[in-house]
Design a protein around this ligand. Structure first.
Ligand SMILES: [Zn+2]
Length: 497
């Protein structure tokens, strides 16, 4: 939180947002928590550089973060800050429970500490003496600290992994972490001696709670832990945490052990995403000058094309590359052409030839190929979304988009409608296309909420907000609807000089 979010952070929030929006669309009760982790040493350093108290610095950053998330249409329900009193209460309660379980003790800690990671880096992970993530030489730290008995939880964790195949996803990360557990876990330091920025350590007022131990607890705070029992009972355990692949050890080893120690159930799934590289594999890095500002990208393309691109281009859990050329290609091919042009073409013919209102065919054939593939894709889409695979969900919808384009090209309703007795056949073809588009638009709405709300209005269906997935369980475009073609959804962009 010592710098504004870059495209990698934006990708994580977009992924989480699509999961939340999908579940709202499916009719589930959703609570989507986001926030800022404010107790890192980097925050204190950045505040100091600007001549601010750390808390004042955090106060100044919060609205800037919110602004970025608003620009990307991230639909979070609560935004937690770890400096809030509600969070301090939760941290103290977890430490109290850890102590009651006999899981805290005092000892000396020595090791290489990377301030960038806010973590000790094992000797064997150093690359030429430097942190592999930050390419900086860590500090040698030797201090009297409080420890958490992580080692005690190796066996219970291993069992949890064996019994809950979904605990860590995708599977590659699960296997990697299970191997770490099988190797044996070492106790971790949970306090920092002499630090003045952080949650005061309840057992020892000279020290502060180690930032990671504190930050993980936000998931409990956000749903009322230690303050609102009913709310906590309703929302905990969380269904899914969304995290980057660099922090799996904290979320998949230390965090569940903390919960076991506190006698609390574990989240159902920790969903791990990969990293974005730029312009052909370069790491996003301030020092390398390859940071991409999501706000700049949104100003250039709008939020929906960026959301679409990131989720379409990257398989969840794998790394993927961001480049202006690729974004432009996907915008033209997928959005402007395949989807935008199809919608515009269909609405245009319906308006010109049917005054905007299509008759519902008296007996639409149940084996119509567009109907069949639309319904099959709906099932594949839901499976992929439930499986935390947004790319798979988009691909399932695009099967319909591609099928609908072929359907239009094969049946040529624009020609049919001009033939002596082709009007009824044309109406049937157009009705099938409108209905396929209704399915496509609703299913894409978690990915591109603004554009799909506009497409929904153009289809004559009004506000998309109250619609649910159950509304597209049948292939039946309603009668008496007047379509309202508007400006192209994804206007072609002028070729830049
Ligand atoms: Zn580091």
């Amino acid at each position: 939180m010592n710098a504004l979010p870059h495209l990698g952070t934006a990708y994580e929030k977009i992924g989480a947002d699509v999961i939340a929006r999908y579940h709202r669309l499916a009719g589930d009760d959703v609570f989507f928590l986001m926030g800022n982790d404010e107790h890192s040493q980097n925050v204190a350093t950045a505040a100091n550089r600007e001549g601010l108290e750390p808390l004042a610095y955090c106060d100044s950053m919060e609205p800037k973060f919110r602004e970025v998330w608003r620009a990307l249409d991230i639909s979070f329900d609560d935004f937690i800050r770890t400096t809030q009193p509600r969070h301090h209460d939760a941290v103290k309660e977890i430490l109290r429970r850890a102590e009651a379980s006999g899981d805290l003790y005092k000892g000396r800690y020595e090791g290489h500490y990377c301030v960038g990671c806010e973590a000790f880096v094992p000797e064997k992970d150093l690359v030429e003496g430097a942190c592999p993530n930050h390419r900086k030489k860590p500090e040698w730290i030797s201090e009297e600290n409080w420890f958490f008995r992580l080692s005690k939880y190796a066996e219970p964790l291993r069992r949890h992994y064996e019994e809950h195949l979904d605990f860590v996803r995708p599977e590659a990360f699960r296997n990697e972490l299970l191997a770490v557990i099988t190797d044996g876990l070492r106790d971790v330091s949970v306090s920092r001696e002499g630090s003045t920025w952080g949650v005061p350590f309840p057992l020892d007022d000279r020290t502060r709670v180690y930032v990671w131990f504190d930050a993980l607890i936000n998931y409990l705070t956000g749903v009322g832990f230690a303050r609102e029992d009913d709310r906590f009972a309703k929302w905990w355990p969380a269904d899914v945490h969304v995290i980057g692949k660099d922090i799996t050890r904290f979320h998949c080893l230390i965090w569940p052990a903390m919960l076991l120690s506190a006698g609390l159930p574990l989240p159902r799934t920790v969903n791990v995403h990969g990293f974005i590289t730029v312009e052909g594999g370069k790491k996003l890095s301030k020092s390398l000058g390859t940071v991409v500002d999501p706000v700049v990208e949104v100003a250039e393309w709008g939020p929906d094309p960026i959301r679409y691109f990131l989720l379409r281009e990257m398989a969840w859990g794998r790394d993927g590359d961001y480049s202006q050329t690729r974004v432009a290609e996907r915008y033209e091919a997928d959005l402007a052409n395949d989807l935008g042009n199809l919608l515009n073409r269909v609405l245009n013919i319906v308006e010109k030839n049917f005054d905007g209102i299509l008759p519902v065919p008296s007996a639409p054939p149940p084996d119509d190929p567009l109907r069949t593939s639309t319904l099959a894709a709906g099932a594949a889409y839901a499976r992929a979304m439930e499986d935390l695979d947004p790319q798979g969900a988009i691909l399932a919808v695009w099967e319909v988009v591609a099928r609908a384009n072929r359907y239009a090209d094969e049946r040529q309703p624009w020609k049919l409608v001009k033939q002596q007795d082709g009007r009824e056949a044309a109406a049937s073809v157009l009705w099938h296309l409108l209905e396929a588009l209704r399915h496509v638009v609703l299913r894409l709405s978690p990915v591109m909420p603004r554009k799909m709300a506009e497409a929904w209005r153009q289809l004559g269906l009004g506000e998309i907000g109250p619609s649910r997935l159950a509304d597209v369980s049948e292939f039946a475009f309603p009668g008496g609807i007047r379509v309202a073609r508007g400006a192209p959804l994804f206007p072609r962009r002028d070729k830049k000089e």
